[in-house]
Design a protein around this ligand. Structure first.
Ligand code: ARG
Length: 474
């Protein structure tokens, strides 16, 4: 007879080294799969009933035990620190045994923990993806609101972190929304690929029990039906790596948003101010007001990237099919998913509580020669070849720097010497609003174009709400 809480003792006389016994447990992580495991038990026992292995009365007693255990865990929480259970599957089996006696021992007929954990994990991941999708939606909504409020507000645009051309705050906000929209697509793609039911694959070779795997997959809400190869189904973890990538990419995109806002909040830029709800002070320097919320948002990509590499490295070179190495997948992916969801929420909070100083942004958009390209374009319109115009404006910028003025402030004498082909009023033609308005084509920063993009995004957010991708598992 095996030790209590052990699912595989029959062949063994001795017991495990106590340190190894402790070290190989996974309950501290996989307890999170407890409710998914209960659902898997519910549907597997139904399938066994369909195959004639449980009477209707027995099945009812098994389901009553599962309901009772689920209620107990909803009330008291799952005992993640249970000292006697090796993993969540043995914990569930033991607890069901207390409620339906020897019937609990029969649920594992024709099943392995290998197809069980693969199914549990897919069920759990589907739930968590919805959390990430909601988080992405929330942050996109915050960015779209920002863009709607500031669709025409000028701010310096940078390349190489050097002032380049003016853009609108709305355009900047929607740039980050675009990246998040692609992250959303990636999560949905990953969802579709993992939405397949491994249950009924046994340990590696399939199950000898005549279960209806189509009905089983349907009952568990897997839209992709049953998996088609038991070796693959029990050992594949590419969907785990793929989701880890979705998280790492999303958090990497968030780190870029965070960095922009942190820079904008610096004294040097002073384009925005974070509200008290997302700012912290210094224990030493009384004047400090630190953008800690966005700094932590910026940090999270590091851990997620590390977890992605850990997962790929764990799977690399594993022989077909299940290997115990795979137990460690959850340790990398589960915290990453939770962190992604939470970080999206924090980023949305920080965006909502960041107030742009519109007057300063507009004033700075007129400084630092951001209109030099437009000056060259004016020369082109006056018949100068672009390469020559570029040279000419370069010289004009040098002179303006010497005089400490902007291009549109060059004194008349300098202007007629350096830019003889131009006759118009440069103060009007080179003002930021004029520079912005010229970039009116698809994808440009002109207020009119940004307004249209805001409207498109508002529609898209409504579509996301109405058709948020796949149906949530019931
Ligand atoms: N706890 C394991 C995991 O998460 C499942 C158990 C499979 N164990 C085994 N020896 N086949 O992967």
């Amino acid at each position: 007879m095996s030790e209590p809480g052990k699912m595989w003792g029959g062949r063994f006389q001795g017991s495990l080294d106590p340190d190894f016994a402790e070290w190989q447990k996974s309950l501290t992580v996989d307890w999170q799969l407890a409710f998914a495991d209960l659902e898997v038990n519910r549907h597997w026992s139904t399938a066994l009933h369909g195959a004639g292995l449980f009477t209707t009365d027995e099945l009812a007693r098994v389901h009553a035990a599962i309901d009772d255990l689920a209620n107990a865990w909803v009330e008291r929480g799952v005992p993640a620190d249970d000292p006697d259970a090796e993993d969540v599957h043995s914990l569930v089996e033991r607890e069901l045994g207390k409620r339906c006696g020897d019937l609990a021992k029969r649920i594992h007929t024709g099943r392995s923990r290998n197809d069980q954990v693969a199914t549990d994990l897919r069920l759990y991941l589907r739930e968590r993806i919805f959390g990430c999708l909601d988080g992405i939606r929330d942050l996109c909504a915050a960015l779209v609101d920002k863009a709607a409020a500031h669709h025409d507000a000028p701010i310096p645009g940078y390349t190489h972190l050097q002032r380049a051309q003016p853009i609108t705050i709305g355009h900047h906000s929607l740039a980050h929304a675009e990246a998040l929209g692609r992250d959303r697509d990636r999560f949905l793609d990953a969802f579709a690929r993992l939405d397949v039911c491994p249950l009924g694959s046994g340990a590696l070779a399939g199950t000898p029990v005549a279960v209806d795997r189509q009905a089983l997959a349907k009952g568990l809400g897997f839209h992709g039906g049953p998996s088609r190869n038991s070796l693959d189904a029990t050992s594949a973890r590419d969907h785990v790596c793929e989701l880890a990538f979705c998280c790492a990419m999303t958090l990497t995109n968030l780190s870029r948003l965070a960095e922009d806002y942190i820079f904008f909040a610096s004294r040097e830029a002073a384009f925005l101010r974070f509200g008290d709800v997302v700012s912290t002070g210094s224990s030493l320097m009384p004047q400090k007001r630190n953008p800690d919320a966005m700094e932590l948002v910026r940090a999270k990509a590091g851990q997620a990237q590390g977890h992605l590499v850990a997962l790929l490295t764990t799977v690399k070179g594993l022989p077909m099919a299940y290997n115990r190495d795979l137990q460690d997948d959850k340790q990398s992916l589960l915290p990453t998913l939770v962190q992604t969801e939470t970080t999206l929420r924090m980023a949305a909070l920080a965006v909502r509580n960041a107030e742009f100083d519109l007057a300063r942004c507009a004033a700075e958009a007129e400084r630092g020669y951001l209109n030099a390209t437009d000056l060259a374009d004016l020369l082109v319109a006056a018949g100068v070849a672009f390469r020559d115009a570029h040279e000419q404006v370069g010289a004009a910028v040098n002179r303006a720097v010497e005089l400490g003025v902007e291009l549109h402030e060059l004194p008349a004498s300098e202007r007629s010497r350096l830019l003889p082909q131009l006759t118009g009023d440069l103060r009007v033609e080179l003002a930021a609003p004029a520079v912005l308005a010229r970039r009116d084509g698809i994808g440009g920063t002109a207020p009119r174009r940004v307004r249209l993009e805001v409207e498109a995004w508002q529609k898209l957010l409504i579509e996301w709400d109405a058709d948020g991708g796949p149906e949530e598992p019931s």
